[in-house]
Structure formats: C-alpha cells, structure tokens
Write a protein that binds this ligand. Sequence first.
Ligand SMILES: O=c1nc2n(C[C@H](O)[C@H](O)[C@H](O)CO)c3cc(O)ccc3cc-2c(=O)[nH]1
Ligand SMILES: C[C@H]1O[C@@H](n2cnc3c(N)ncnc32)[C@H](O)[C@@H]1O
Ligand code: SF4
Length: 305
Amino acid sequence: MLSSSPKVVTYSPAYTLVPTYECFNRCSYCNFRVEPGSRPWMKLEQAENILLPLKNQNVCEILILSGEVHPLSSRREKWFQLIYDLCALALSMGFLPHTNAGPLSFTEMEKLKNVNVSMGLMLEQLTPKLLNTVHRHAPSKLPQVRLQQLQWAGELQIPFTTGLLLGIGESEDDRWETLTAISELHQRYQHIQEVILQPHSPGSQQTFNAEAFDPHQLPHVIRKAREILPANITIQIPPNLVLDENWLLACLDAGARDLGGIGPKDEVNPDYPHLQVQRLREILHSGGWELVTRLPVYPQFLRNR
Ligand SMILES: O=c1nc2n(C[C@H](O)[C@H](O)[C@H](O)CO)c3cc(O)ccc3cc-2c(=O)[nH]1
Ligand SMILES: C[C@H]1O[C@@H](n2cnc3c(N)ncnc32)[C@H](O)[C@@H]1O
Ligand code: SF4
C-alpha cells in the first residue's frame, strides 16, 4: 500500500553556551539574569572543555545566549569580544553558532555575521505600553531598538530568527501588529527564517506575577500568524512550554512546523526541562508527524554562504 508522504516537523540538536548571565536590563519575566559583577563570565577554556565531548553527540548548533552589558559601558568591548571568540571557537570545532545576545550595534552585527550561520532577537511585543510594566527597567526592549535590529539584519543579509513572547500583558491586536511588522520587514529583505511563538512560562526567579500563557490559545495564535506571515517563514514553538501532548499536536495542525533548538537545558526556562527526543518523536508519531533534524540555518539561505 502506498503511504502518503509523511508530515514533517523539524528541530535543531543544540547546546547553549552562556557568555554571561549578567544583564543591565531587568525584564520582570526573566529567570536568567543575575546582577552585573556578581558572577564570572565564561572562559574560552571552559567552553572548549564543554564543546569537545559534544563532537560525537550529533549536536550541530551552538546557541550563544547572553545577558547584556550596556552599549555605553566601558566593559562592552570585552563582552562583545568574548561572544565573538566563543562563536569563532565553536565554528573552528565544526559547530554552527547562532547568537542571541540582545540588541547589537550595526558594526557588532557585521562582525558577528562572520562567525554565525544565523542570528536572532525576539521582538517580544511592539506595544509601547509594556514599557510601563514588564519592560519598565529594560531599555533593550524599546520597540524601535528591536525593529532596528531586524532591519540591520536584513541590510546585512543575516538569516534571522525572531518572535513574540505571548502573555506578558499584550492584547490580541498587539500580537497581530507585531506579526505584521515582521511580515513587512521580511517582504523587504527576505531574511527571516523562522518566527518563535513563545508562551510566557513563569519560573522560580521572576518577579512578574502572571499565569502561564494559556496553551489552549496557542493554536488560534498560530493559525492567525500563518495568515499574516509569508509562507517561507517557519513557525517555531518550544515543546517544553506546551506541556499537554494533545495541545502540542494541535499546534502542529494549526501550522507550527519547528520545535527549535533542543538540548540538555533550556537556559531561559530552566524550570521546564525538555522531554527526551525519543519520547517527543513518539508523541508526534501518534499524530502522524515525523520529527527530523535541521541546521540552525535554513536550507534556502545556504546558497549565500
Ligand atoms: O532553548 C532555547 N532556545 C531558544 N532559542 C534557540 C532557537 O530555538 C534556535 O537557536 C533557532 O531555532 C536556530 O536553530 C532562541 C533563538 C533566538 O534566536 C531567539 C530566542 C530564542 C529563545 C530560546 C529559548 O527560550 N530557549
Ligand atoms: C530569549 C527569549 O526568551 C524569552 N523569555 C524570557 N523569559 C521568559 C519566560 N519567563 N517565559 C517564556 N519566555 C521567556 C524572551 O522572549 C527572550 O527574548
Ligand atoms: S530577558 Fe534578556 S534582556 Fe531581559 S533581563 Fe533577561 S537576559 Fe536581560
């Protein structure tokens, strides 16, 4: 009997390196940041020791995820150099780096392009009203600053990941507006490879006192995002933040096609461990989906490199 072609979902086997957890922003939903100066930064030698054994473990992507040093601080240059060096090290060892270190200057982006296969920055939400709430003490989350990043990434032709953080005080219309902005930038530069729809998931460190984004709303948001976004942008959802199997499958039926980087620890949401990939694969099979690996750069962008 001929079987119809399988429905495919992708993920990227990944490991996350954190140059520093310190951050001059204080997003009230953050479970990642520590006070500046309170913890030593990662050392290159440390990184090398972590990366060496990963060579035989089918990990391709090294996600460089960082807290931020203020752009005008005298420590900014050292911070940037560490990120650059970590990327260069990962690349030299055969891995493919993807950096999300918050907003960068144009020159910083231009330099990091040489040692990354793709980069990322979440728009979160564009509505300025969040500057009075969750982003009150987070200058990096100014909507214009984040939009500017997406535009520079386009000018530099960097394959880019962005997305929305859902359930931080935005309205439905705010979401459609943020998605529309992504869509417009992509139509101009064709550089957005994927959009993450990230449900706010409360952790033990944050001060923002709100429920998790209701997973039952996700399929609706995904369907609407699929209408707003150009067809060559993939929608990603983090499977560790969609705890119910049936709702995970509902997200795929609604149009999500990628599960992002999967590794031993989700540094942003450490209270939500990933299922074993084998278990995830079984769940997806029960819905008729096949789980396959991908690189941190999507195939349509490989030609440019
Ligand atoms: O494990 C995680 N990976 C996160 N990733 C990694 C992402 O899933 C993959 O690196 C990309 O899909 C590239 O393969 C992000 C990447 C970005 O560019 C922007 C935001 C995120 C957010 C997370 C996250 O919360 N947890
Ligand atoms: C790296 C990305 O992680 C997301 N992020 C930060 N804190 C949380 C949380 N409590 N729940 C879900 N996502 C979060 C933001 O969107 C940030 O840009
Ligand atoms: S979410 Fe990013 S910018 Fe905000 S406090 Fe945490 S590390 Fe800093």
